[in-house]
Write a protein that binds this ligand. Structure first.
Ligand code: SAH
Ligand code: SF4
Ligand code: F3S
Length: 447
């Protein structure tokens, strides 16, 4: 943060996945030299950026309703003689339907895709001159990363770090290969430099991000990268997400057993438990091969917490297919999960498949799946009571004198602890468990 009050105010609203969270931070970095400082209040902002998500229909609809509200805000301010608000749409909706956004909502000043936001300063200048192209949607991840400022200003003790972009897997339900482009990996040197800069500013944990992060193609693969980053002083915790079951190689599995900084948590989406559905999804793995991967990971790191993504109601999913999903969940045992109703996305192969499942059937399957997943999460949380876990304190809790941190298994942990422990990794004895968090007490040093 600069010492003087920022000349211009920037409000960014982030939708979607962690990659968008990272991108939003980097947009702020790109705009800081132009005098933009962050604000929490869109009504007071000179520039509003909506960093959007296209993954499901609901996420996309939100953008248009939000834009309607922003337009009113902007017009109101102008009619009161206030300053002009610039409205930008970034992210995956911008990439997928940039032209349409500009047509449907003329209040939008500029549109910028996920691989082009380093061009924000130019786009803003052009939109203010009302001349030139106001849409940037080219796939230029290398140019983007080369242009972004090498120094970041982290917002906490845990930071996201994008190491890989895009996807070549083309699951038949998914828009990501079209919105983020093909698989591309950042060079390890650039990633290490960014991680060192974060660590030097007090960051204790990085989560390496990629659409298919374990397909990281830089020298040494993801396992090599993890080992390299684990040597950075101060960087005590490394996580990564999201992985594809097909890219869980031996080296990465071995790292889970050997690298202390690599946290015992793995997000490994499976989507469904029926091989027929997995084939129709073009997942390139079976239920059986997924379970084998999980077994290998558990052999290397027995206490690892597993999480996954599930889609219910994919076209052609019958009751027996859905039961295979429940069966797989029972077999694996998850610590946490994300479950979705299939959403038909324009332009994806699955949208044209016969056997689209009625909404009420999706709804019913989702609630049955969630009941099982909630049960497993609660059981996993309860299994931690009585144990001492190392907790990284990240922020103040809801109650005075309380801090909230994360366990190695990514559980939120509420603890009565002094503020000076913020940013520290402290042993905590877990006393109770709830659906979404643990509570405990700081374990005093014993001689
Ligand atoms: N690259 C990651 C995540 C992609 S999007 C991966 O491959 O795992 C995150 C999750 O959204 C997916 O894992 C999937 O479960 C869900 N998803 C993607 N497209 C969807 C769609 N059309 N309908 C419902 N859920 C979807
Ligand atoms: Fe989408 Fe599949 Fe790629 Fe994941 S692996 S981003 S679900 S296409
Ligand atoms: Fe959404 Fe794009 Fe992420 S579609 S999930 S913001 S990659």
């Amino acid at each position: 943060m600069s010492e003087t009050a920022p000349a211009k105010r920037l409000y960014i609203k982030t939708y979607g996945c962690q990659m968008n969270v990272y991108d939003s931070e980097r947009m702020a970095d790109v705009l800081a030299p132009l005098g933009y400082g962050m604000t929490d209040d869109p009504a007071a902002a000179d520039l509003v950026v909506l960093n959007t998500c296209h993954i499901r229909e609901k996420a996309t609809e939100k953008v248009y309703s939000e834009l309607g509200k922003l337009r009113e805000m902007r017009d109101e301010r102008l009619s009161e003689g206030g300053s002009r608000m610039t409205i930008a749409v970034a992210g995956c909706v911008a990439q997928a339907e940039g032209e349409e956004i500009m047509r449907r909502q003329p209040a939008v000043d500029l549109v910028v895709g996920p691989q082009a936001y380093h061009q924000l300063p130019e786009l803003i200048a052009r939109s203010h001159r009302a001349r030139g192209e106001r849409l940037a949607a080219d796939f230029a991840p290398d140019e983007k990363f080369d242009t972004l400022p090498s120094d970041r200003r982290p917002t906490g003790v845990s930071a996201f770090l994008t190491v890989q972009e895009g996807c070549d897997k083309f699951c038949t339900f998914c828009v990501v290969p079209y919105t983020r482009g093909g698989e591309w990996s950042r060079p390890p040197d650039a990633i290490e430099a960014e991680a060192r800069s974060l660590a030097a500013q007090g960051v204790r944990e990085v989560t390496l991000l990629g659409q298919n992060v374990n397909a990281y193609g830089g020298e040494g693969g993801l396992a090599g990268l993890v080992r390299r980053l684990a040597t950075i002083p101060g960087l005590d915790r490394i996580r990564y997400t999201t992985s594809h079951p097909r890219d869980m190689d031996e080296a990465l599995i071995a790292a889970h057993g050997e690298v202390e900084a690599l946290m015992p948590y793995l997000h490994l989406p499976v989507q469904a438990g029926s091989d027929k559905i997995l084939r129709a999804m073009n997942r390139t793995h079976t239920a059986e091969s997924y379970v084998r991967v999980v077994e290998r990971v558990r052999a290397a790191r027995p206490d690892i917490a597993l999480s996954g993504d599930f889609i219910v109601g994919f076209p052609g999913e019958r009751e027996s297919d859905f039961e295979a999903t429940l069966q797989l969940v029972r077999e694996v045992g998850y610590a946490s999960c994300f479950s979705f109703k299939y959403s038909r996305r324009p332009g994806t192969p699955a949208a044209a498949l016969p056997g689209q499942v009625p909404e009420e059937v999706k709804e019913e399957r989702l609630s049955r799946l969630n009941a099982l997943l909630d049960e497993q999460r609660m059981a996993f949380n309860q299994a931690q009571t009585g144990r001492t876990l190392k907790v990284l304190f990240e922020k103040a809790g809801r109650h005075p004198g309380q801090l909230v941190g994360k366990s190695p298994y990514l559980q939120a942990v509420h603890v009565t602890a002094p503020d000076r422990m913020l940013g520290e990794i402290v042993p905590v004895k877990v006393e109770s468990a709830a659906q979404n968090s643990l509570a405990g007490v700081v374990e005093l040093e014993t001689a």
